[in-house]
Design a protein around this ligand. Structure first.
Ligand code: AMP
Ligand code: MG
Length: 305
C-alpha cells in the first residue's frame, strides 16, 4: 500500500494526518466527521470557536459545500489550485461537519496546489479539514520536522514533502451571498491581484464575519519581539532583512526579496526562539506585496506575548 493510501485510510477511520501544502503544513482530518474535527482542536489546543479550512480538489467539489457568488467563482478560477481560501455561505446539504465550521453559517474552502495534498484529496475523495499543523498560538510549521516537534504523538502520520515552497498561510477572502467581499487575512495571494479581479476588498470590521486567526495572540514565539529595529540591542538576537545577519542572528533575505523572506519567516523565528534568547529584534520590512502579510504576522507575534 502506498503512503497516500495509508493516509487516506487513517482519515477514513477518523485519524489525523499531517501533510504538506504549498503554504504551510496542515493538520488534516475528515472534514465530514465531527470526531475528527474535535481531535484536530484537541491536538492543536485550539479554542472550539476557531473554524477550520476545508480542503478540496477543485471548484466543483467546493460548489457542493458552499454557495459561491460570481466573484467567488472568478477568484477560484484564477487562483485554484493555490494559496487562496474563500469563505462563503454554507449549503444546507453540505457534507462538512458543523464542528469543522465551528457552528458558523459560512465555510472556508481551499484547493491546494501541492502534489502530496492533491494526491491525498484524490485518494480520500472527501473534504479534508486542516488548520496549520502547530499547537495553538505557535508559528505555523514549514517542514515535517517542525510538525513532529509540534504535534509528534498527537497524530497518526506525517507525510514529509520537504520544506513548503511559500512558507506563509493562504490569503482568506470572505464573499457573502450579495457579493460583499472582505479580506479576513492577508497571505500569499496578493490583495492587489484579488482586487484587480473583483474590485476593492472591505475591512473585516465592516463585515459580519471575523477570522479568529486574527486574534492578536495567534502567532506568538516565546521570546519578546521588537519590530522595525534597525539594529539589535545587547542581549537581542537579530532577524535581518536586506542584509546578512550579525553573529547569532538570521537573515530573512540578504537580498531583500519578500518572497524569500516569507518562505523563511516561521523557520527563522522558530530557530531564534529555540536558542532561548529573551528577545528578538526584527528589521523593518517594506509594506508592499508579501510585506503586508509578513508585517501582519510579525505584529501579531509581537502583540501576542
Ligand atoms: P489556519 O488553517 O490555521 O491557517 O487558520 C484558518 C483560518 O481560517 C483561521 O483564521 C480561521 O478562523 C479561518 N476560518 C475558517 N473558517 C472560517 C469561516 N467560516 N469564517 C471565517 N473564518 C474562517
Ligand atoms: Mg494557524
Amino acid at each position: 500500500m502506498s503512503e497516500i493510501e495509508r493516509a487516506a485510510g487513517i482519515l477514513r477511520a477518523g485519524g489525523l494526518v499531517c501533510f504538506p501544502t504549498e503554504t504551510v503544513y496542515g493538520l488534516g482530518g475528515d472534514a465530514t466527521n465531527p470526531h475528527a474535527a474535535a481531535r484536530i482542536y484537541e491536538a492543536k489546543g485550539r479554542p472550539r470557536f476557531n473554524p477550520l479550512i476545508a480542503h478540496v480538489l477543485d471548484l466543483e467539489a467546493a460548489l457542493r459545500q458552499a454557495h459561491f457568488h460570481a466573484k467567488a467563482i472568478a477568484l477560484a478560477e484564477a487562483f485554484w489550485p493555490g494559496p487562496l481560501t474563500i469563505v462563503a455561505p454554507r449549503r444546507a446539504d453540505s457534507s462538512v461537519a458543523e464542528l469543522t465550521c465551528a457552528g458558523l453559517a459560512s465555510i472556508a474552502l481551499r484547493a491546494p496546489a501541492h502534489p502530496i495534498a492533491r494526491a491525498l484529496l484524490e485518494a480520500f475523495a472527501r473534504p479534508v479539514a486542516a488548520p496549520s499543523a502547530n499547537r495553538s498560538g505557535r508559528v505555523s510549521p514549514t517542514t515535517a520536522a517542525h510538525v513532529r516537534e509540534e504535534l509528534g504523538e498527537r497524530v497518526e502520520l506525517i507525510l514529509d514533502g520537504g520544506p513548503c515552497a511559500l512558507g506563509l498561510e493562504s490569503t482568506i477572502v470572505a464573499i457573502d451571498a450579495a457579493g460583499g467581499a472582505v479580506l479576513l487575512r492577508p497571505g500569499v495571494a496578493p490583495r492587489e491581484e484579488i482586487e484587480a479581479l473583483i474590485g476593492p476588498l472591505g475591512d473585516p470590521r465592516s463585515g459580519g464575519i471575523e477570522a479568529p486567526g486574527m486574534l492578536a495572540s495567534h502567532y506568538a514565539p516565546r521570546a519578546e519581539l521588537r519590530l522595525h529595529a534597525s539594529a539589535p540591542e545587547p542581549g537581542e538576537a537579530y532577524l535581518a532583512f536586506g542584509a546578512e545577519a550579525p553573529a547569532g542572528g538570521l537573515s530573512l533575505s540578504p537580498t531583500g526579496d519578500l518572497a524569500e523572506a516569507a518562505a523563511n519567516l516561521y523557520a527563522h523565528l522558530r530557530a531564534l526562539d529555540a536558542t532561548g534568547v529573551p528577545a528578538i529584534a526584527v528589521a523593518p520590512i517594506p509594506e508592499r506585496g508579501l510585506g503586508e502579510a509578513i508585517n501582519d504576522r510579525l505584529a501579531r507575534a509581537a502583540a501576542g506575548r
